[in-house]
Ligand binder design. Structure first.
Ligand SMILES: Nc1ncnc2c1ncn2[C@@H]1O[C@H](COP(=O)(O)OP(=O)(O)O)[C@@H](O)[C@H]1O
Ligand SMILES: [Mg+2]
Length: 407
């Protein structure tokens, strides 16, 4: 097969409008050809038997059979065919099931055009390699540079979660670090990016010190690949969390170009399930870029009047920036029940529900910070760790609510 040959693509979706809009979108790329469309899973299975397809774009919810089962059947029959799932379900369990069924990629509807085209092209390249392998021919159609990302990483785009507060010392870094550790597991990879560019201390909270910083990534953000990112990020052995440090000297902070920082976050979404961003208390163009890119904004406050006043200003600012306040997970840190300002009163006063409460827990938090060990690793049952778990749950449910709303 020559490189000039187009990627033969089949669309399987029960909604005519969706089939049509995908077909139109794929026309933007001269390297892709839609060779067939099917209105149901079974029709799709029949169709790909007859057509010599490379890539299938597959819906999940269809009346006769779900797209995940159809994927498994097709992959059993023709293992070189690559399936890109396109579904309104952004749920992790669906993604995992799709992956186990042999899907190559998973996009949430409606996908941005460039994402859809990239997914089809990557899948197409892989289909050709697989085909060439099974025909025991050298993979002549391999396109240099189009190295497939490992399946898990490319299943879906990760979520950007920023941790913010317009007041210093409320525990942003403490919360960001421990949240990252809580969210990380074997199939949920987490990266934490230190967006507190002048005096960032994220790496220190992990007792780590790398040779590289975010400044080794932002200038080359157009040409990043997984290997480069992994060589710059520090891998915290005890938790598995990847860390991207702030520049080492405060005066270097301004060398980080906001647009490049945004691009970096966009790229990291492809490699990690969660991109946690710690932020400074003052507003910079980089912080604004982070807010813009965030799926969830954790707004931290404490129980004192200045902190609440600033939280109010911050919420106003988000409104001015046209950022949907449903993205905000408002959380109370250093909660002390002896203080009369309760979470209920705060919710009422700021007209923003407090969704997680992390207790004041100096016995756990302070030594952990000083030793550079995230406390959720060692003191799981302590009040602070339980607060972080609650916060993790609040973030996940916020994401679920936003997703449900998009449907
Ligand atoms: N829930 C908590 N209980 C007790 N101390 C806390 C708690 N959260 C944070 N701290 C302490 O507050 C201080 C400031 O936290 P830090 O995360 O550096 O704040 P920020 O990043 O917002 O400036 C640290 O010394 C940390 O140990
Ligand atoms: Mg901090």
């Amino acid at each position: 097969m020559s490189m000039s040959e187009k990627i033969r693509t089949v669309i399987v979706d029960d909604v005519a409008e969706t089939r049509e809009s995908i077909r139109k979108a794929l026309q933007f790329d001269p390297g892709i050809e839609v060779v067939g469309v099917a209105r149901s899973a079974r029709e799709g299975i029949d169709l790909v038997k007859r057509l010599d397809a490379d890539v299938i774009i597959m819906d999940i919810n269809m009346p006769d059979m779900d797209g995940i089962t159809a994927t498994r059947i097709i992959r059993e029959q023709q293992p070189h065919i690559q399936v890109v799932i396109l579904s309104v379900q952004g749920d992790a369990s669906y993604m995992r099931r799709a992956m186990l069924a042999g899907a190559r990629d998973y996009l949430v509807k409606p996908p941005p055009l460039d994402e859809l085209l990239n997914a089809v092209k990557q899948a197409g390249n892989l289909a050709r390699q697989e085909r060439a392998k099974s025909a025991q021919l050298p993979p002549t159609s391999f396109v240099p540079g189009a190295v497939p990302v490992p399946a898990i990483a490319s299943m879906a785009l990760g979520k950007v979660v920023s941790v913010c507060s317009p007041k210093g010392g409320v525990g942003r870094t403490t919360v960001a670090v421990n949240l990252a550790v809580t969210l990380q597991n074997q199939d949920t990879r987490v990266v934490i990016v230190d967006g507190s560019l002048q005096f960032g201390d994220v790496a220190m909270f992990f007792n780590e010190q790398g040779k590289n910083s975010v400044l080794d990534l932002t200038p080359r953000v157009e040409t990043l690949d997984q290997e480069v990112v992994e060589s710059v990020a520090i891998r915290h052995a005890a938790s598995g969390v990847s860390i991207i440090s702030a520049p080492f000297r405060p005066e270097d902070a301004e060398r980080v170009v906001p647009a490049q920082f945004s691009q970096l976050l966009k790229y990291l979404r492809r490699l990690y399930a969660y991109v946690i961003v710690d932020t400074p208390s003052y507003l910079t163009d980089v912080t604004l870029a982070v807010l813009d890119e965030s799926d969830v904004i954790i707004l931290l406050t404490t129980q004192d009047i200045p902190s609440l006043k600033n939280a109010r200003l911050f919420l106003d600012l988000l409104r001015t920036l046209n950022i949907d306040l449903k993205k905000v997970v408002f959380a109370l840190n250093r909660y002390d029940k002896r203080i009369a300002i309760t979470p209920e009163r705060i919710s009422e006063n700021l007209k923003q529900q407090v969704r997680a409460v992390i207790p004041l827990d100096e016995r756990t938090v302070v030594p952990a910070v000083n030793r550079g060990v995230p406390f959720v690793l060692e003191a799981r049952s302590q009040p602070a760790a339980r607060g972080i778990l609650e916060l993790g749950e609040a973030v996940r449910s916020c994401l679920r609510e936003l997703e449900a709303e998009q449907k």
